[in-house]
Design a protein around this ligand. Sequence first.
Ligand code: ATP
Ligand code: MG
Length: 158
Amino acid sequence: DFVDFVKFFDRIINRFEMSKSKEVEFIRELPDAPIYVEIDTDKITQVIDNIISNALKYSPDGGYIRFKLSTNDEQLLVEVTDTGMGIPPENVDRIFDRFYRVDKARARSMGGTGLGLAISREMINAHGGQIWATSVEGKGSSIFFTLPNNGDEGGEWD
Ligand code: ATP
Ligand code: MG
């Protein structure tokens, strides 16, 4: 599908903001101008849904989630930062492994399978992008992903 990624991302954020049950503030840093890209919107929706539901699930009341979108000629960069429990540095790359969950006992009580980020990585890689995380334990986490900035390909108009 050919979509304005700014509007696409903003709508997903809105859906979570309207239905959230926690006192978590949503902060948007989105470009003013549209960014057209060719993506599988169902799959990228699934990726963003998982990242936002993780940020909510692993955050206490009172924090914030910051959504940042930036671009250059080559790619789009999406950043979702939360003020949640964070991830120990030695585990931060393993959260993309199938069934991996940081704290088994705590994770069981929070529901889920540990597949969300593994599937997200497959989908982002299939789009030619990359996904990774940084975190400070006890302070919060950031999930980043890129997508190719392929919106003005084709060249029919030159
Ligand atoms: P599922 O997404 O399948 O419902 P899940 O959320 O446990 O289950 P993933 O989304 O793959 O699985 O995340 C893997 C693990 O990474 C989580 O169980 C959690 O331990 C850790 N994690 C992911 N996102 C965050 C975050 N924003 N803050 C803290 N820990 C996180
Ligand atoms: Mg998840």
